[in-house]
Write a protein that binds this ligand. Sequence first.
Ligand code: UD1
Length: 352
Amino acid sequence: MTEYVLVTGGAGYIGSHTVVELANGGYHTIVVDNLCNSSEESIRRVEELTSTKVPFIKLDLRDQEALDKVFTDYNIKSVIHFAGLKAVGESTKIPLEYYDCNVTGAVNLLKVMQAHKVPNFVFSSSATVYGDATKYENMIPIPEECPTGPMSPYGRTKLFIEDIIRDAASADPNLKAAILRYFNPIGAHPSGRIGEDPLGIPNNLLPFIAQVAVGRREKLQVFGNDYEGSPDGTPIRDYIHVVDLAKGHLAALSKLDSIKTDGIQGFVREWNLGSGKGSTVFDIIHAFERATGKTIPYDVVARRNGDVLDLTAKPTRANIELKWEVQLSVEQACRDLWNWTTKNPLGYGHEH
Ligand code: UD1
Protein backbone atom coordinates (compact mmCIF):
# COMPACT_ATOMS: atom_id res chain seq x y z
CA MET A 1 0.00 0.00 0.00
CA THR A 2 1.45 3.37 -1.02
CA GLU A 3 2.69 5.42 1.92
CA TYR A 4 1.99 9.14 1.86
CA VAL A 5 3.37 12.29 3.38
CA LEU A 6 0.52 14.66 4.17
CA VAL A 7 1.51 18.30 3.67
CA THR A 8 -0.83 20.82 5.29
CA GLY A 9 -0.58 24.25 3.70
CA GLY A 10 1.12 22.59 0.74
CA ALA A 11 -0.25 25.16 -1.71
CA GLY A 12 1.60 27.97 0.05
CA TYR A 13 5.08 29.37 -0.41
CA ILE A 14 7.27 27.04 1.64
CA GLY A 15 4.80 24.16 1.34
CA SER A 16 4.80 24.08 -2.46
CA HIS A 17 8.62 24.13 -2.61
CA THR A 18 8.72 21.30 -0.09
CA VAL A 19 6.28 19.20 -2.12
CA VAL A 20 8.62 19.57 -5.12
CA GLU A 21 11.60 18.35 -3.10
CA LEU A 22 9.55 15.48 -1.62
CA ALA A 23 8.50 14.38 -5.10
CA ASN A 24 12.11 14.62 -6.30
CA GLY A 25 13.11 12.52 -3.28
CA GLY A 26 10.65 9.77 -4.24
CA TYR A 27 7.97 10.51 -1.64
CA HIS A 28 4.25 10.41 -2.45
CA THR A 29 2.50 13.48 -1.12
CA ILE A 30 -1.06 14.67 -0.51
CA VAL A 31 -1.80 18.32 0.08
CA VAL A 32 -4.55 19.82 2.22
CA ASP A 33 -4.99 23.59 2.27
CA ASN A 34 -7.91 25.97 2.88
CA LEU A 35 -6.49 28.30 0.18
CA CYS A 36 -7.05 31.39 2.34
CA ASN A 37 -3.63 32.74 1.36
CA SER A 38 -2.61 30.43 -1.48
CA SER A 39 -3.67 29.19 -4.85
CA GLU A 40 -4.47 25.75 -6.22
CA GLU A 41 -2.54 26.77 -9.31
CA SER A 42 0.68 26.20 -7.35
CA ILE A 43 -0.22 22.50 -6.97
CA ARG A 44 -0.88 22.20 -10.69
CA ARG A 45 2.56 23.66 -11.35
CA VAL A 46 4.22 21.39 -8.81
CA GLU A 47 2.67 18.41 -10.61
CA GLU A 48 3.95 19.68 -13.92
CA LEU A 49 7.45 20.40 -12.54
CA THR A 50 7.81 16.96 -10.97
CA SER A 51 5.74 14.90 -13.44
CA THR A 52 3.84 13.41 -10.51
CA LYS A 53 0.24 13.49 -9.25
CA VAL A 54 -0.33 15.35 -6.03
CA PRO A 55 -3.80 14.67 -4.62
CA PHE A 56 -5.25 17.92 -3.28
CA ILE A 57 -8.09 18.28 -0.79
CA LYS A 58 -9.41 21.72 0.04
CA LEU A 59 -10.13 21.76 3.74
CA ASP A 60 -9.63 23.73 6.91
CA LEU A 61 -7.87 21.89 9.73
CA ARG A 62 -10.58 23.05 12.11
CA ASP A 63 -12.95 20.70 10.25
CA GLN A 64 -11.95 17.56 12.11
CA GLU A 65 -14.39 15.31 10.29
CA ALA A 66 -13.05 16.24 6.86
CA LEU A 67 -9.51 15.81 8.12
CA ASP A 68 -10.27 12.40 9.59
CA LYS A 69 -11.59 11.27 6.23
CA VAL A 70 -8.24 12.09 4.57
CA PHE A 71 -6.48 9.84 7.08
CA THR A 72 -9.02 7.08 6.40
CA ASP A 73 -8.68 7.40 2.63
CA TYR A 74 -4.87 7.46 2.47
CA ASN A 75 -2.13 5.50 4.20
CA ILE A 76 -0.33 8.42 5.82
CA LYS A 77 3.04 7.80 7.44
CA SER A 78 4.21 11.37 8.06
CA VAL A 79 2.74 14.85 8.32
CA ILE A 80 4.48 18.12 7.52
CA HIS A 81 2.44 20.92 9.03
CA PHE A 82 2.74 24.33 7.36
CA ALA A 83 -0.88 25.50 7.37
CA GLY A 84 -1.38 28.63 9.43
CA LEU A 85 -1.69 32.38 9.46
CA LYS A 86 1.67 34.11 9.51
CA ALA A 87 1.53 37.90 9.43
CA VAL A 88 2.94 39.47 12.56
CA GLY A 89 1.09 42.81 12.21
CA GLU A 90 -2.25 41.20 11.35
CA SER A 91 -1.96 38.92 14.38
CA THR A 92 -2.06 41.95 16.68
CA LYS A 93 -5.37 43.03 15.05
CA ILE A 94 -7.16 39.67 14.96
CA PRO A 95 -5.41 37.61 17.65
CA LEU A 96 -8.35 35.28 18.31
CA GLU A 97 -8.47 34.27 14.67
CA TYR A 98 -4.73 33.50 14.90
CA TYR A 99 -5.17 31.34 18.00
CA ASP A 100 -8.17 29.57 16.52
CA CYS A 101 -6.64 28.88 13.13
CA ASN A 102 -3.11 28.04 14.24
CA VAL A 103 -3.59 26.41 17.64
CA THR A 104 -6.96 24.69 17.07
CA GLY A 105 -5.77 23.54 13.65
CA ALA A 106 -2.62 21.97 15.13
CA VAL A 107 -4.49 20.29 18.01
CA ASN A 108 -7.02 18.76 15.61
CA LEU A 109 -4.25 17.51 13.39
CA LEU A 110 -2.37 15.89 16.29
CA LYS A 111 -5.59 14.26 17.54
CA VAL A 112 -6.39 12.80 14.15
CA MET A 113 -2.79 11.61 13.75
CA GLN A 114 -3.01 9.88 17.13
CA ALA A 115 -6.33 8.25 16.28
CA HIS A 116 -4.78 6.86 13.07
CA LYS A 117 -1.43 6.01 14.72
CA VAL A 118 0.58 8.21 12.36
CA PRO A 119 4.06 8.56 13.88
CA ASN A 120 6.03 11.35 12.18
CA PHE A 121 5.27 15.05 12.57
CA VAL A 122 7.32 17.93 11.19
CA PHE A 123 6.22 21.34 12.40
CA SER A 124 6.85 24.62 10.69
CA SER A 125 7.92 26.88 13.55
CA SER A 126 9.73 30.18 13.36
CA ALA A 127 12.72 32.04 14.72
CA THR A 128 10.14 34.51 15.95
CA VAL A 129 9.72 32.24 19.03
CA TYR A 130 13.04 33.64 20.27
CA GLY A 131 11.81 37.25 20.34
CA ASP A 132 14.70 39.57 21.14
CA ALA A 133 17.70 37.29 21.67
CA THR A 134 20.04 40.27 21.90
CA LYS A 135 18.90 40.82 25.49
CA TYR A 136 20.77 37.67 26.57
CA GLU A 137 24.51 37.35 26.65
CA ASN A 138 26.14 35.19 23.95
CA MET A 139 22.89 34.23 22.24
CA ILE A 140 23.69 35.68 18.80
CA PRO A 141 23.95 33.62 16.63
CA ILE A 142 20.90 31.99 18.23
CA PRO A 143 21.20 28.38 19.41
CA GLU A 144 18.10 26.26 20.10
CA GLU A 145 18.79 26.59 23.85
CA CYS A 146 18.17 30.34 23.71
CA PRO A 147 15.25 31.27 25.99
CA THR A 148 12.06 31.85 24.02
CA GLY A 149 9.94 34.99 24.28
CA PRO A 150 7.83 35.72 21.22
CA MET A 151 6.66 39.31 20.86
CA SER A 152 3.41 38.95 18.88
CA PRO A 153 0.27 36.82 18.96
CA TYR A 154 1.55 35.12 15.80
CA GLY A 155 4.83 34.23 17.50
CA ARG A 156 2.98 33.00 20.57
CA THR A 157 0.82 30.67 18.46
CA LYS A 158 4.06 29.09 17.19
CA LEU A 159 5.45 28.68 20.70
CA PHE A 160 2.16 27.33 22.09
CA ILE A 161 2.01 24.74 19.32
CA GLU A 162 5.61 23.75 20.12
CA ASP A 163 4.58 23.28 23.78
CA ILE A 164 1.53 21.25 22.74
CA ILE A 165 3.75 18.99 20.63
CA ARG A 166 6.17 18.56 23.55
CA ASP A 167 3.29 17.64 25.87
CA ALA A 168 1.76 15.28 23.31
CA ALA A 169 5.12 13.53 22.80
CA SER A 170 5.57 13.08 26.56
CA ALA A 171 2.33 11.14 26.66
CA ASP A 172 2.47 9.25 23.37
CA PRO A 173 5.38 6.89 22.61
CA ASN A 174 4.18 6.63 19.02
CA LEU A 175 4.77 10.33 18.25
CA LYS A 176 8.06 11.52 16.78
CA ALA A 177 8.22 15.24 16.10
CA ALA A 178 10.67 17.64 14.51
CA ILE A 179 10.20 21.31 15.33
CA LEU A 180 11.86 23.36 12.62
CA ARG A 181 12.49 26.99 13.47
CA TYR A 182 12.83 28.84 10.21
CA PHE A 183 14.77 32.02 9.86
CA ASN A 184 13.89 34.22 6.83
CA PRO A 185 13.00 32.17 3.74
CA ILE A 186 13.47 34.00 0.44
CA GLY A 187 13.75 33.30 -3.28
CA ALA A 188 11.80 30.94 -5.48
CA HIS A 189 12.17 27.71 -7.41
CA PRO A 190 14.89 28.15 -10.09
CA SER A 191 12.35 27.13 -12.79
CA GLY A 192 10.39 30.33 -12.10
CA ARG A 193 7.17 28.28 -12.00
CA ILE A 194 6.50 28.53 -8.26
CA GLY A 195 7.30 31.26 -5.77
CA GLU A 196 5.89 33.52 -3.08
CA ASP A 197 2.60 35.19 -3.97
CA PRO A 198 1.48 37.40 -1.10
CA LEU A 199 -2.09 38.70 -1.14
CA GLY A 200 -2.27 42.49 -1.13
CA ILE A 201 0.66 44.65 -0.03
CA PRO A 202 3.59 42.42 0.92
CA ASN A 203 4.71 42.54 4.57
CA ASN A 204 8.05 40.94 3.95
CA LEU A 205 11.16 42.56 2.60
CA LEU A 206 11.99 40.53 -0.51
CA PRO A 207 8.49 40.34 -2.01
CA PHE A 208 8.22 44.09 -1.52
CA ILE A 209 11.58 44.73 -3.22
CA ALA A 210 10.56 42.49 -6.12
CA GLN A 211 7.29 44.41 -6.58
CA VAL A 212 9.21 47.70 -6.61
CA ALA A 213 11.62 46.30 -9.20
CA VAL A 214 8.79 45.09 -11.44
CA GLY A 215 6.97 48.43 -11.17
CA ARG A 216 4.00 47.38 -9.02
CA ARG A 217 5.13 49.66 -6.16
CA GLU A 218 6.97 52.94 -6.31
CA LYS A 219 9.48 52.72 -3.48
CA LEU A 220 10.65 50.53 -0.65
CA GLN A 221 10.27 51.84 2.86
CA VAL A 222 13.22 50.89 5.05
CA PHE A 223 11.88 50.53 8.59
CA GLY A 224 14.55 52.34 10.60
CA ASN A 225 18.30 52.77 10.24
CA ASP A 226 19.01 53.65 13.86
CA TYR A 227 19.45 50.16 15.32
CA GLU A 228 22.50 50.21 17.54
CA GLY A 229 24.67 47.16 17.01
CA SER A 230 24.02 46.89 13.27
CA PRO A 231 26.87 47.91 10.94
CA ASP A 232 24.56 50.16 8.88
CA GLY A 233 21.80 50.74 11.43
CA THR A 234 19.22 48.41 9.81
CA PRO A 235 18.08 45.10 11.39
CA ILE A 236 19.99 41.90 10.77
CA ARG A 237 18.28 38.71 9.56
CA ASP A 238 19.36 35.27 8.43
CA TYR A 239 17.93 34.95 4.91
CA ILE A 240 17.78 31.45 3.44
CA HIS A 241 16.85 30.17 0.00
CA VAL A 242 13.44 28.49 0.11
CA VAL A 243 14.79 25.46 -1.78
CA ASP A 244 17.42 24.93 0.94
CA LEU A 245 14.69 25.29 3.53
CA ALA A 246 12.47 22.79 1.70
CA LYS A 247 15.32 20.26 1.72
CA GLY A 248 15.57 20.66 5.50
CA HIS A 249 12.16 18.96 5.76
CA LEU A 250 13.42 15.86 3.98
CA ALA A 251 16.42 15.79 6.31
CA ALA A 252 14.03 16.00 9.28
CA LEU A 253 11.85 13.16 7.93
CA SER A 254 14.91 10.91 7.51
CA LYS A 255 15.99 11.74 11.04
CA LEU A 256 12.56 10.88 12.46
CA ASP A 257 12.59 7.59 10.57
CA SER A 258 15.88 6.65 12.21
CA ILE A 259 14.60 7.31 15.75
CA LYS A 260 13.33 4.46 17.92
CA THR A 261 11.42 5.60 20.98
CA ASP A 262 11.66 3.80 24.33
CA GLY A 263 8.00 2.79 24.27
CA ILE A 264 7.18 5.15 27.16
CA GLN A 265 7.55 8.60 25.66
CA GLY A 266 7.66 9.92 22.14
CA PHE A 267 10.47 11.98 20.62
CA VAL A 268 10.63 15.70 20.02
CA ARG A 269 13.51 17.97 19.09
CA GLU A 270 13.95 21.55 17.84
CA TRP A 271 16.22 22.48 14.97
CA ASN A 272 17.07 25.94 13.65
CA LEU A 273 17.05 26.15 9.86
CA GLY A 274 19.22 29.10 8.95
CA SER A 275 22.53 29.87 7.27
CA GLY A 276 24.36 31.30 10.28
CA LYS A 277 25.07 34.46 8.28
CA GLY A 278 23.33 37.74 9.05
CA SER A 279 22.44 40.39 6.45
CA THR A 280 21.14 43.90 7.02
CA VAL A 281 18.29 45.43 5.02
CA PHE A 282 20.82 47.42 2.98
CA ASP A 283 22.88 44.24 2.34
CA ILE A 284 19.73 42.70 0.87
CA ILE A 285 18.88 45.73 -1.27
CA HIS A 286 22.43 45.67 -2.67
CA ALA A 287 22.40 41.91 -3.22
CA PHE A 288 19.13 42.23 -5.15
CA GLU A 289 20.53 45.12 -7.21
CA ARG A 290 23.68 43.13 -8.02
CA ALA A 291 21.70 40.01 -8.93
CA THR A 292 19.21 41.79 -11.18
CA GLY A 293 20.87 44.99 -12.42
CA LYS A 294 17.83 46.94 -11.16
CA THR A 295 17.97 49.94 -8.84
CA ILE A 296 15.64 49.90 -5.85
CA PRO A 297 14.48 53.38 -4.79
CA TYR A 298 13.83 53.60 -1.06
CA ASP A 299 13.04 55.96 1.82
CA VAL A 300 14.13 55.40 5.37
CA VAL A 301 11.06 55.68 7.62
CA ALA A 302 10.27 54.96 11.28
CA ARG A 303 10.95 51.57 12.83
CA ARG A 304 8.26 48.93 12.46
CA ASN A 305 6.60 47.87 15.69
CA GLY A 306 7.86 44.52 16.96
CA ASP A 307 11.03 44.38 14.84
CA VAL A 308 14.15 43.23 16.66
CA LEU A 309 17.80 44.03 15.96
CA ASP A 310 19.18 40.61 15.14
CA LEU A 311 17.79 37.17 14.29
CA THR A 312 20.75 35.15 13.05
CA ALA A 313 20.75 31.39 13.49
CA LYS A 314 23.33 29.13 14.96
CA PRO A 315 22.54 26.19 12.67
CA THR A 316 25.14 23.76 14.08
CA ARG A 317 22.57 21.35 15.53
CA ALA A 318 20.84 20.91 12.16
CA ASN A 319 24.22 20.73 10.40
CA ILE A 320 25.33 17.84 12.61
CA GLU A 321 22.15 15.96 13.49
CA LEU A 322 20.19 16.42 10.26
CA LYS A 323 23.28 16.54 8.02
CA TRP A 324 21.72 19.61 6.46
CA GLU A 325 23.20 22.97 5.59
CA VAL A 326 22.40 25.78 3.21
CA GLN A 327 23.92 25.49 -0.23
CA LEU A 328 22.51 28.52 -2.04
CA SER A 329 23.52 32.15 -1.58
CA VAL A 330 21.39 35.22 -0.99
CA GLU A 331 22.38 36.41 -4.51
CA GLN A 332 21.10 33.15 -5.99
CA ALA A 333 17.84 33.61 -4.06
CA CYS A 334 17.54 37.15 -5.47
CA ARG A 335 18.12 35.88 -9.03
CA ASP A 336 15.51 33.14 -8.56
CA LEU A 337 13.06 35.61 -7.03
CA TRP A 338 13.56 37.92 -10.00
CA ASN A 339 13.08 35.08 -12.47
CA TRP A 340 9.78 34.13 -10.75
CA THR A 341 8.64 37.77 -10.59
CA THR A 342 9.34 38.61 -14.21
CA LYS A 343 7.68 35.39 -15.40
CA ASN A 344 4.68 35.91 -13.06
CA PRO A 345 4.39 39.64 -12.40
CA LEU A 346 0.96 39.10 -10.83
CA GLY A 347 1.90 35.89 -9.04
CA TYR A 348 -0.55 33.06 -9.70
CA GLY A 349 -2.96 35.60 -11.03
CA HIS A 350 -5.59 36.12 -8.37
CA GLU A 351 -6.99 39.60 -7.78
CA HIS A 352 -4.65 41.98 -5.97
C1 UD1 B 1 8.69 38.23 10.17
C2 UD1 B 1 8.58 37.47 11.47
C3 UD1 B 1 8.70 36.00 11.22
C4 UD1 B 1 7.70 35.55 10.20
C5 UD1 B 1 7.99 36.30 8.92
C6 UD1 B 1 7.03 35.86 7.83
C7 UD1 B 1 9.45 38.56 13.49
C8 UD1 B 1 10.65 38.99 14.24
N1 UD1 B 1 9.66 37.89 12.35
O1 UD1 B 1 10.06 38.18 9.84
O2 UD1 B 1 8.45 35.28 12.38
O3 UD1 B 1 7.80 34.16 10.02
O4 UD1 B 1 7.86 37.70 9.17
O5 UD1 B 1 5.80 36.46 7.94
O6 UD1 B 1 8.37 38.80 13.90
N2 UD1 B 1 11.68 45.59 6.15
C9 UD1 B 1 11.75 46.87 5.63
N3 UD1 B 1 10.77 47.27 4.75
C10 UD1 B 1 9.74 46.45 4.36
C11 UD1 B 1 9.69 45.13 4.90
C12 UD1 B 1 10.67 44.73 5.80
O7 UD1 B 1 12.66 47.65 5.96
O8 UD1 B 1 8.88 46.88 3.58
C13 UD1 B 1 12.75 45.13 7.07
C14 UD1 B 1 12.23 44.79 8.45
O9 UD1 B 1 12.32 45.89 9.30
C15 UD1 B 1 13.20 43.68 8.86
C16 UD1 B 1 13.62 43.02 7.56
O10 UD1 B 1 13.27 43.95 6.53
O11 UD1 B 1 14.33 44.24 9.44
C17 UD1 B 1 12.93 41.72 7.30
O12 UD1 B 1 11.53 41.90 7.46
P1 UD1 B 1 10.48 40.77 7.03
O13 UD1 B 1 10.78 40.27 5.66
O14 UD1 B 1 9.12 41.29 7.29
O15 UD1 B 1 10.81 39.56 8.00
P2 UD1 B 1 10.88 39.51 9.60
O16 UD1 B 1 10.22 40.67 10.23
O17 UD1 B 1 12.29 39.23 9.95
